[in-house]
Structure formats: C-alpha cells, structure tokens
Design a protein around this ligand. Structure first.
Ligand code: MV4
Length: 490
C-alpha cells in the first residue's frame, strides 16, 4: 500500500480522496494556493504545503512545485482528482520519471484518449459502435463535401483535440460547409493548439449515458454500470442519475460490454468513464475520460463500491476488490451540482463569503463539499461548491428526497444555482425521465428559474408583511388588554 498520498487538487474532490486515504490508513498531503489557505481540505490533510498565489497557473497547475512537494514530503503517490492536471499526460509521465505513482491510468491511455480521432479509430477496431463518419482530419473543403454527402446531412464537425463542446458545429447544408470548416479549424487551433477537425453524422435528440469502468494492473477490468448525464447547460453537467431511464438489462449488458472492450483495447487500468451518445435505441462511443468523474458518488450510492479506494488499491499494485459478477445495484441515486453562480445573471460565477452554511442530512442524503460557514469562495477556480447526492428505493423516492434536501440546504451570503435544481425537480418531463441533452433549452428552464426566484421573494416579503401586521395587532391587543386590566384593578 502506498505510504503517503499527495492530493493535487482542491475543494470537495480533495476532501473526498483524503477520506478514502484516511479509511485505508494512508497519510495525506494537501497542496493549496493562497486563496485556499483556510480551506477544509488543507485542514483535513495530515500535512499541508503552500503552492503559490491563487491563479491555477501559479498553483494547482504548477507541475514543478507539486512534484517538489511530493518529493520533500516523501509521498509515494499523487492523486490528481479531476480537472487541473488529471488528464495531463505530461504530468503523469513526469510523476513516473520522479518515481512517484500517478493514481490514474497509464500515460499512453491518457494520450490516446486525448485525440477524438485516435480514440474513435481504436474503438472502431475493437468493435465498439462509433458515430458514423470518417476517422480522419479534414482540411480541404472538397474532401469535406465528399465526406458529408456520404454521411448525410446534418453533420457534426468537431475538433479532434477538443472537449466540453468547444469547437463543435452542426452543418445542415453543403453551402455552409466550407465556411463552417474554416471557423471550426480556427477555433480548434486557438482553443487547443491543434486545428485537426473531423466530421460525423449529427445525432438528433441524444442522451448522454456514460459507463464507469475500472481495472487493475493484473488485467482485471470491469464496468460499474451507467450514469445518465443529459441535464447539462453549455456542456456543463448539472444533474446526474443512475440508473438511466432508458436502460434495460439487455442494453446495459451490451453497453457495459462495449465499455469494457474500450478499456481493454487501450490497456487501461484504474478508474475511467466511457461516454456514449444514446439516440433512438442505439448507442455510440463519444469519448473516454481518464479520471475519476465529478459524478462518481451516485455510482457508489447504488453499488456500495468505493471508487476512490479502488483507485488507491490499483495504484498500490493490488487487485480490484470486485469481479464483474460482484457488481450489483439497489435503488436509485441522483446528484445535483451546487454551484456558486447567479441564476439571475446568466449563471455567472458568484464567489464570495459564505455567511451561513448548513448541509441537509437524514436518510439517503450525502453531501460532498469543501466549504463551511465563513469560508471565502475564491474567484480563481470552477464554481462547484458541493455535490448533493441522494439515494431512494426508486426514482420517485429519489426525486422526493432531493426536493427535501434542496429545501433543507442553507447557504447564505453567496448566490447559488439551488433554485434552478428546485425548478428542474418540479418539471413534469424531468419527473417522467423524458429528457435529452436539449432539456434545459427545450423547456425554458432558465427563464422559469427567474420567475421562481421572483415568486419566492414575493412569498418571503409577503410573509414578512403578514408577520409584521400580526405582530402589530398582537401588540395593540396586549395594550388594550393591559389597559382593561389596570382599569379593573383601580
Ligand atoms: C454530438 C452530438 C450530436 N451528434 N455528436 C460532444 C461533446 C459533448 N460534451 C457534447 N457532444 C455532442 N456530440 C454528434 N455526432 C451532441 C452532443 C451534445 C451533447 C452530448 C452529450 C451531452 C450534452 C450535449 C449537449 C450538446 C451537444
């Protein structure tokens, strides 16, 4: 077992990984920026070292400083969390050359999955269904026209080095192709330093269904079922759930088989996620994420698998604790990402000081957070404050429980997206599980959130008015009563 683990991350995921380490008796090292000097994760660790100023480039992305602290603290392993350096092949390789265990997949797997074209090629060769198209970079408008006419309009153009929906363009007609190709290449170059673009069939009404996978260094490789992540805003996941509403035992078996094939074909080990597009009964490989995902807790809630602990076991050279037939599930889990954002100002990040913080609890509620009353949320990083996760016997109970937990959640002093979650959990289509990746736009959720906040304010203010009038009447009645009583006593 690793002697000590440095967690090269911050916030909730740093606390989450440190909890797994503590349960396994592995001492932890935190690395923190100036802005995080009083953060929960820095206090939770057995040792904590300052990285540098707030901006990520001078702290959580400072590879040299992180490796230096790892060596000075004698940490044998580094867990990258998600974001920052989690999918940085160079960092993984530098850990290796420093004799430090990168708690994640092999370097070649990170590299291969960093290219959408290469990953599609590898998956196709392994018999994993991929979105119809050609797995080659397109630069010439004539070649683009040829490919698009074969694939059939509308087509989707994508940056091969891209992610998060950046450098994606839908093209409906040949007359727009050349112009869109040029702009997609320009965006790809400016965003990712690589203008390689490819073309594939546009899938209408897709759902985002991903499979958790994990393997050890002895060749055991399994999936830990699916997660539905279609409720997204601008390619940022907001709500995740498992099981997926479209899943059947047969579909789970074939998608799970495809996910395992995907991992095996690239010699993967440790935790990863295979993302699929589900459209009209068919599924297609989209991409593979070579890290522990934000939404991993919902998988843990229905299966009982502690994915962070399995990661630490694999990094220590131990076998997985489970074989495929051991992976069973019970009930339904959902996660709401609680972000410090202003729903009345286009969900702009809203950092600031938390005046009062109170987490929901009770049966079937888990909160993974990195904040507390009085904590100053810094402006330098993503806006995720916490993840609210619930478990229910079935989807209906999970929804009811999430509504109750959202109602209990107390966060004052900053704005959050909690009202948005409350609107979504009241939506009839969401409640029926009838939603695609277009859900937020299709049902005008963002406009409804503004209305909801207004009605809440009115209710609160009229409640306040009623309370004030009631108090005044009460005081008047008391004065009348007091006058009557004193007269009687004269
Ligand atoms: C697609 C697609 C439709 N057709 N590809 C790729 C990156 C991912 N974040 C969004 N991606 C999509 N790729 C083809 N050929 C639709 C999307 C998409 C999407 C996919 C999953 C979850 C949310 C999404 C939101 C918008 C677009």
């Amino acid at each position: 077992m690793l002697n000590k683990v440095l967690v090269a991350n911050r916030g909730e995921i740093a606390v989450r990984v440190m909890r797994a380490c503590r349960e396994m008796g592995i001492p932890t090292v935190a690395v923190y920026s100036e802005a995080d000097k009083s953060a929960l994760f820095a206090r939770y660790a057995d040792e904590a070292y300052l990285l540098g100023p707030g901006p990520a480039s001078q702290s959580y992305l400072n590879i040299e400083k992180i490796l230096d602290i790892a060596e000075k603290s004698d940490a044998e392993g580094i867990h990258p969390g998600y974001g920052f350096l989690a999918e940085n092949a160079k960092f993984a390789d530098q850990c290796k050359s420093h004799g430090i265990e990168f708690i994640g997949p092999p370097v070649n797997a990170i590299e291969a999955m960093g290219s959408k074209i290469e990953s599609k090629k590898m998956m196709k060769s392994a018999g994993v269904p991929v979105i119809p198209g050609v797995e080659e970079g397109i630069r010439d408008p004539e070649r683009a026209k040829d490919v698009a006419s074969k694939v059939g309009y509308p087509v989707m153009m994508k940056a091969s080095a891209g992610g998060g929906g950046i450098g994606m363009k839908i093209v409906y007609d040949e007359k727009d192709l050349a112009k869109q190709l040029e702009s997609t290449m320009r965006i790809a170059k400016s965003s990712f330093g690589d203008d390689t673009v490819f073309i594939e069939k546009y899938l209408d009404e897709p759902r985002h269904v991903e499979f958790q996978v994990i393997g050890d260094k002895k060749g055991h490789f399994i999936h830990v079922r699916e997660r539905e992540c279609s409720v997204q805003r601008r390619h940022q996941k907001l709500i995740e759930e498992t099981p997926s509403c479209v899943m059947t035992e047969e579909l789970r078996a074939s998608m799970g088989e495809a996910a395992v094939k995907a991992g095996k074909v690239i010699g993967y080990y440790n935790a990863g996620t295979v993302e699929f597009m589900y459209s009209k009964g068919d599924f297609y490989f989209l991409e593979m994420n070579t890290r522990l995902q934000v939404e991993h807790p919902i998988t843990e809630m229905i299966t009982g698998v502690d994915l962070a602990k399995e990661q630490l076991r694999v990094a220590s050279g131990l076998p997985l604790s489970y074989e495929q037939q051991d992976i069973t599930a019970r009930g339904w889990a959902m996660e709401c990402r609680i972000n410090a954002e202003d729903p009345q100002n286009d969900f702009m990040p809203a950092p600031g000081k938390i005046i009062r913080y109170g987490e929901p609890g009770g049966p079937g509620v888990r909160v993974d957070s990195g904040v507390y009353t009085g904590f100053e949320i810094p402006p330098f990083y993503d806006s995720l404050v916490a993840k609210l996760i619930v478990w229910g016997q079935d989807r209906n109970e999970a929804i009811i429980r999430m509504k109750r937990a959202l109602w209990e959640y107390q966060i004052t002093g900053i704005k959050t997206n909690i009202p948005m979650h409350q609107v979504i959990f009241q939506d009839e289509y969401f409640n029926r599980g009838e939603y695609t990746t277009h859900f937020i736009e299709e049902y005008k959720i963002l406009d409804r959130v503004k209305e909801y906040i207004q009605t809440q304010k009115l209710a609160a203010s009229s409640g306040a008015k009623i309370a004030a009038v009631t108090a005044a009447v009460g005081m008047y009645m008391n004065s009348v009563l007091a006058a009557a009583t004193s007269k009687k006593n004269e």
